[in-house]
Design a protein around this ligand. Structure first.
Ligand SMILES: Nc1nc(=O)c2c([nH]1)NC[C@@H]1CN(c3ccc(C(=O)N[C@@H](CCC(=O)O)C(=O)O)cc3)CN21
Ligand SMILES: O=c1ccn([C@H]2C[C@H](O)[C@@H](COP(=O)(O)O)O2)c(=O)[nH]1
Length: 288
């Protein structure tokens, strides 16, 4: 059986291994094998869930991370509480952030992702909730051709521990079908992309569900896609040698009906995956 979404993932991995250019990365001090411009698409309407099977994916952590963004979290402790450990290192181990006078203490991430999405600061000091505006419009059947949530706020980069990687999500309503285009400036293909694919898919499925539309396609546009030098041999000699299994299916609790539900009671356990058969885990090094 063809596993379409994973095929795209493995093609990108192969493209980097075979055609990538070595680029020195100053922030992490680790060289990256790099390509630019990758377009992935996920058929959310047909529930073609892009979960990789060539290594075990910890997809619940990826979904929890998305929930944290939608709630506007700004602390690694909040992410940990909902079952996601991915922000511990960037909040507490990156020397540039530890030295930054804006860091408010242990676990603080600053004005990143969801903070911008839910509480973008306006010149008059008030705040704008980008997500609420998009949800309100889509619920009323309106697509004003600017249903955009952007986490990318260059004027506040120094107030956060990391610039957003998947930085902009644009929703498009065509008839009763909702589509999503997500833009990513920088992608750690072995580690981050496994999470980011799940997040694009779930974001569209969830927003379609709470705004009362059918989900359509999620288009995932990546600029800089890289494999860190210390990840390369595991990708090339282990993961790329494995044959994918059939794609699993995602089920979302149908009781989730509003943004308020997402903000208050929804957890990673409201998402379940059936028929997930995978190869064993691969522990890729993480560059802080
Ligand atoms: N270098 C780097 N790569 C990233 O992908 C990344 C960052 N930094 N910083 C911000 C977020 C954090 N993300 C992360 C962080 C850790 C994992 C990770 O360790 N994943 C493991 C185990 C996950 C688990 O056990 O929950 C994996 O095998 O996927 C994945 C994504 C994605 N982002
Ligand atoms: O959702 C995410 C968040 C981060 N990443 C990766 C991409 C890069 O490897 C690092 C961020 O480093 P920059 O120097 O800020 O580009 O994290 C990801 O793939 N997905």
């Amino acid at each position: 059986m063809i596993n379409r979404p994973e095929h795209q993932y493995l093609e990108l991995c192969r493209r980097i291994v075979e055609q990538g250019t070595w680029v020195n990365n100053e922030r992490t001090g680790i060289n990256c094998l790099t390509v630019v411009n990758a377009d992935l698409e996920y058929d959310v309407g047909n529930n073609e869930f892009p979960l990789i099977t060539t290594r075990k994916s910890f997809y619940k952590a990826a979904i929890a991370e998305l929930l944290g963004y939608l709630r506007g979290y700004d602390s690694a402790a909040q992410f940990r509480e909902i079952g996601c450990n991915t922000w511990n290192a960037n909040a507490n181990e990156n020397q540039a952030w530890l030295n930054n006078p804006h860091r408010k203490g242990e676990d603080d991430m600053g004005r990143v992702y969801g903070v911008q999405g839910r509480s973008w600061q306006k010149p008059d000091g008030s705040h704008l909730d980008q997500l609420q505006k998009v949800i309100d419009n889509l619920t009323r059947g309106i697509d004003d051709r600017g249903e955009i949530i952007s986490f990318y706020n260059p004027g506040e980069f120094e107030l956060g521990c990391l610039r957003p990687c998947m930085h902009t999500h644009t929703f498009s309503l065509l008839g009763d079908t909702l589509h999503l285009t997500s833009y990513q400036r920088s992608c750690d293909v072995p580690l981050g992309l496994n999470f980011n694919q799940i997040q694009c898919f779930v974001l569209l499925a969830l927003v379609a569900q709470i705004t009362g539309h059918k989900p359509g396609m999620a288009y995932h546009k990546i600029v800089n896609a890289h494999i860190y030098e210390n990840q390369l041999s595991q990708m090339r000699d282990v993961q790329l040698k494995r044959q994918p299994y059939a794609a699993p299916k995602l089920t979302i609790n149908p009781a989730i009906k509003s943004l308020q539900d997402i903000e208050t009671w929804v957890s990673r356990d409201d998402f379940s995956v059936s028929d997930y058969k995978s190869h064993p885990p691969i522990k890729y090094p993480f560059a802080v």
